[in-house]
Design a protein around this ligand. Structure first.
Ligand code: NOJ
Length: 557
């Protein structure tokens, strides 16, 4: 397995709208980010993944781009952006930009042209079809509810949008469109960025003919996943992108790929395949979803989680590369989801960090995770802003579902849990803005904030700092093999890593009760050093795990 800087790096994701507002308009911005770079440097991360900052009408908070080479006014100017990049590089921080090219905004110039007439030169930049018997061209459902097709009166045809109707899908079958994308990628790489995070990149190749999806339940619309996830030309497109663009730069690439399995991930990320460096997959994020999908909340099953993460650890080892994450701007906060966001918030957040960061892969920290920020519970749906959440709410209300039940699923799964303002200090709105924030702050900013964390040597922040520096000191962390122990234990997550003559044993208690487990035979912890722990009381037997304990032991030789 080759050694690469991006295998040894830790990435920090910034969701710019909610990170730091410098001008009091209630929306985070680029100058706000610049003001917090020293904070990020102190944490020790290497790479910033910046969610979209391009011009956008913000139907999906920047994931609907109306101009790929311009900066959104609310976020600042190109000069601000250039200064930010320079300030990052001065601090030896790399910048990975979001590349959203499965779709654009319907306000993008290409789409404005495309919808004008059937013979417009931009018509084939998007996916247009005639209706079938007065209905949509097929039965695919949008990820954001309802049909994935929108009728357009001007030309009396429908266009495809896998996400909102303001996010028309781009037509990757068209070589001219692909060249436009490659030119745009070069534009940013030539400005000096260090890579791309590629939004739903495994959706760009659709099965020709766009067939109806199986619909055993007889619903109006059905998921057409198998016709656009990992589609027939996906490897060809990524390979071409690599040849035309990426191979000319030392860039890090991470493909967001819902529905990918390890065998496919090896094809996307294998050395010599020249596609992307790593996948960002979701299998472990679906553990608390029932048969009804994301909003059908079921309890987290640790054994299932272990099975999934172990499969990714072992099946990619030496063959491909994965991202390690608990949070991003689309996921609820992990300490609320899998830990304890009350009495054991600090301890369980540290345990979850240990569990993840000592595995193989490139770790991602989502803003506020290093503070143990928690989910939010707004009392009214009117306080929510996310299009996915609001569309789902409207659809379920129309189906007569009980509003309390819907609110419950939003509390557990809604994307706005991740999007409340970053909590910098205990002043109003957590110090995020001097104006009115675009989304309300979580009221717990009074206690949970960066200022408090920086003043407390035992904080989650310093624990992450420690984990990040351990990854740099010990090659076993990025490169060692992985073995799971106690696979069927419902509350203990334990694994070992091995590399040359070094070993690490990681013992985590994913519960609020003490757990006593049998000794792992080959490990005599009396001969080991404690690599990291969230526990003050280690004068006990190592295989008795206190509530939410995480302790990692390091063995040399
Ligand atoms: C995945 C992004 O992470 C999410 O925020 C967005 O809504 C969809 N892709 C559509 O771009």
């Amino acid at each position: 397995m080759s050694k690469q800087w991006w295998k040894e790096s830790v990435v920090y994701q910034i969701y710019p709208r909610s990170f730091m507002d410098s001008n009091g308009d209630g929306v985070g911005d680029i100058r706000g980010i610049i003001s917090k770079l020293d904070y990020l440097k102190k944490l020790g991360i290497d790479v910033v993944w910046l969610s979209p900052v391009y011009e956008s009408p913000n139907d999906d908070n920047g994931y609907d781009i109306s101009h790929y080479k311009k900066i959104m006014d609310e976020f600042g100017t190109m000069a601000d952006w250039e200064e930010m990049l320079e300030e990052m590089h001065k601090r030896d921080l790399k910048l990975v930009m979001d590349l959203v090219v499965n779709h654009s905004s319907d306000e993008h110039g290409w789409f404005v042209e495309s919808r004008k007439s059937k013979d417009n030169p931009y018509r084939d930049y998007y996916i247009w079809r005639e209706g079938k018997g007065g209905k949509e061209p097929n039965n695919w459902e949008s990820v954001f509810s309802g049909s994935a097709w929108e009728y357009d009166e001007t030309t009396e045809e429908y266009f495809l949008h896998l996400f909102s109707k303001k996010q028309p899908d781009l037509n990757w079958e068209n070589p001219k469109l692909r060249q436009e994308i490659y030119d745009m990628m070069k534009f940013w790489l030539d400005k000096g960025i260090d890579g791309f995070r590629m939004d739903v990149i495994n959706f760009i190749s659709k099965v020709p003919g766009l067939p109806d999806a199986p619909n055993p339940d007889g619903n109006t619309y059905a998921s057409g996943h198998e016709y656009f996830m990992n589609g027939p030309r996906i490897h060809e497109f990524l390979n071409e992108m690599n040849q035309e663009v990426l191979s000319h730069y030392d860039a890090m690439t991470v493909g967001e790929m819902p529905g990918v399995i390890p065998d496919e991930a090896v094809l996307y990320t294998g050395e010599g395949r020249n596609e992307v460096n790593m996948v960002f997959q979701f299998e472990h994020m679906d553990v608390d979803s029932g048969p009804g999908g994301k909003w059908d909340v079921i309890p987290f099953d640790l054994v299932k989680l272990k099975t999934i993460l172990t499969k990714w650890q072992t099946e990619l080892h030496g063959k491909g590369w994965n991202s390690l994450y608990w949070n991003n701007h689309d996921q609820p906060r992990i300490v609320s989801r899998l830990g304890n966001d009350g009495e054991y918030r600090v301890k369980s957040a540290k345990m979850l960090a240990t569990l993840l960061h000592l595995m193989q892969g490139t770790p991602y920290i989502y803003q506020g995770e290093e503070l143990g920020m928690t989910n939010v519970r707004f009392s009214s749906i009117d306080e929510y802003k996310d299009i996915e959440t609001l569309n789902m709410y409207r659809e379920k209300i129309a189906q007569d579902m009980n509003p309390d039940e819907i609110m419950h699923s939003i509390y557990v799964k809604g994307r706005d849990n991740a999007r409340t303002p970053m909590q910098w200090n205990s002043t109003e709105h957590g110090g995020f803005t001097e104006g009115t924030p675009w989304i309300a702050a979580n009221p717990n900013y009074i206690d949970i904030n960066a200022e408090n964390a920086l003043n407390d040597p035992d904080s989650i922040f310093y624990y992450y700092q420690n984990l990040i520096s351990l990854r740099k000191e010990h090659e076993i962390i990025p490169y060692g093999t992985f073995e799971l122990h106690y696979a069927d234990h419902p509350s203990v997550y334990a694994y070992t890593r091995a590399y040359g003559n070094e070993k690490i044993l990681v013992l985590c208690n994913v519960s609020g009760e003490q757990q006593v487990i049998e000794k792992v035979d080959s490990f005599d912890v009396t001969k080991a050093d404690v690599l990291i722990t969230n526990e003050e009381h280690l004068e006990k037997d190592a295989f008795t795990l206190l509530p939410w304990e995480a302790t990692a032991y390091y063995f040399r030789g």
